[in-house]
Write a protein that binds this ligand. Structure first.
Ligand code: ZN
Length: 454
């Protein structure tokens, strides 16, 4: 374990340093042929209009349309004059994942064949054949039990689980059922496991027969990652990375194919911010630290873009991660304002707010702590590695009617408010960019591990 980790670190630090040293050896940083235009709202609107258009059919992972979105971001990074991560010819960080789709499931519980509508399964195992309750870990979630917590515990443990869920939880059950039906994606099949759930009021298991199969295939995903090399002469600051990120995937089309889930807010807004912050700092050309800009894939299906990305660099080099998620509408604190997740986990928020005093605004604390948003975006992956990694958002999640709906389109946004948030982010993070502020690391022992099954 330790050896593998060390190898990875040295290889990646070297790769990053090699890129920077190479640039330093060429004298000045490469000056792009065309002068980069200053960040401007017209370009921001152009970017989000393209990414959230019906033509991209909701940018579902594995769809041909997400590749079009990738091409667009790649093109924008090229225009801005950024450089690829290592020796890549473009900004695409392409990798393989394993896709596991449930193909069949039959359950006979206490002598009764269970209807499909009452069944759900998350499995990374090719075939399941349980002939009694002895073959599997069994659980009964009663009327007053916490279903989410119970499933979460099984997910964290891994292994094979059969669970009866009381009909009082029918709505939550349907949510998980739909989520599991879309299949699972894994970077590796290291942790094999399965949860088979039945919606029923049985309070004991006298007999059990479960047969299930999944189809396992390899698929390709792509992050778009670019660097603006640090310009610190002695390389100390240039070795350090400030990461700006968002996810450019979304949910695709409705099951009947008639509705487009445009994901204008989620997260074409954040992706437009990342592209245009890159443009801002490239046109400024004074960043001492190395800036990295990443549009992650596959956030909506489990954060695989950021997971793969986090294994390709040394997280100790990343000074901060500014993950931008859903900034298209005014927050509850007013137009042009934002809040951040996990503010109490590092002093990043405090440092950013010192920079925002001149602008007479601030980054607020996440007003929806009960929603567990710190864990619901790509920042969590880097936070698990100690990076001060937070998501910045403005959505009013307690009353937003468009979240994960086909109505999350560009007409539902307030683009002036969004542009103001991007401008505030550029001011707030200037100290990270020029190396004058360094946030405290996140204590990894306080960050919940990610699940093993789904
Ligand atoms: Zn999102």
């Amino acid at each position: 374990m330790i050896i593998k980790n060390n190898l990875k670190k040295s290889r990646l630090t070297l790769a990053l340093l090699a890129g920077i040293t190479l640039l330093a050896a060429c004298g000045e940083q490469p000056t792009p042929a065309v002068k980069i235009a200053k960040m401007n709202s017209i370009q921001v609107v152009k970017d989000i209009t393209y990414l959230a258009s019906d033509n991209l059919k909701g940018r579902a992972s594995f769809s041909p349309e997400i590749d079009q979105a990738a091409d667009y971001i790649n093109q924008r990074f090229t225009e801005i004059g950024l450089i690829p991560l290592d020796t890549n010819k473009d900004f695409k960080q392409t990798f393989k994942v394993t896709s596991i789709m449930p193909s069949s499931l039959t359950v006979t519980l206490n002598g009764n064949a269970i209807e499909v509508a009452q069944l759900g399964m998350a499995s990374t195992i090719a075939t399941l054949a349980w002939n009694s309750a002895e073959d599997v870990n069994t659980h009964i979630i009663g009327e007053t039990d916490n279903m989410r917590a119970a499933l979460g515990k099984m997910n964290n443990e891994g292994g094979e689980h059969f669970v009866i869920i009381h009909s009082a939880h029918a709505k939550t059950f349907a949510g998980y059922q739909g989520y599991f039906k879309r299949g699972l994606t894994k970077l590796s099949l290291k942790h094999q496991g399965a949860i088979v759930m039945v919606l029923a009021d049985d309070s004991e298991i006298t007999s059990l027969v479960v047969n299930a199969a999944t189809s396992i295939t390899e698929k390709t995903l792509t992050n778009i990652v670019a660097i603006l090399p640090g310009k610190d002469k002695n390389l100390d600051k240039a070795k350090e990375v400030v990461l700006y990120s968002s996810h450019y995937d979304h949910l695709g089309l409705s099951a009947d194919g008639k509705e487009v889930f445009n994901g204008a807010d989620d997260d074409a807004s954040g992706t437009s911010a990342v592209i245009n912050l890159a443009q801002h700092y490239a046109s400024q050309g004074t960043n001492k630290r190395t800036l990295m800009f990443s549009a992650f894939t596959a956030e909506e299906i489990g954060g695989f873009g950021s997971k793969y990305f986090s294994q390709q660099l040394n997280p100790d080099d990343v000074v901060a991660m500014i993950n931008i998620e859903m900034i298209g509408k005014p927050s509850k604190f007013g137009a042009g304002t934002m809040w951040m997740t996990g503010m109490e986990r590092s002093n990043l928020g405090e440092l950013l707010n010192a920079s925002l005093q001149e602008k007479n605004t601030e980054v607020y604390k996440d007003p929806y702590p009960e929603q567990g948003l710190f864990y619901r975006s790509d920042n969590a992956t880097l936070a698990r590695l100690g990076v001060p990694a937070h998501s910045f958002s403005s959505t009013q999640l307690d009353k937003d009617q468009h979240y994960h709906q086909s109505s999350d389109d560009i007409n539902s946004l307030d683009l002036d408010s969004m542009y103001e948030v991007i401008e505030s982010l550029s001011v707030a993070t200037q100290g990270l960019v020029d190396g004058s502020i360094t946030p405290t690391r996140i204590d990894v022992s306080t960050v919940r591990a990610s699940g093993k099954i789904y």
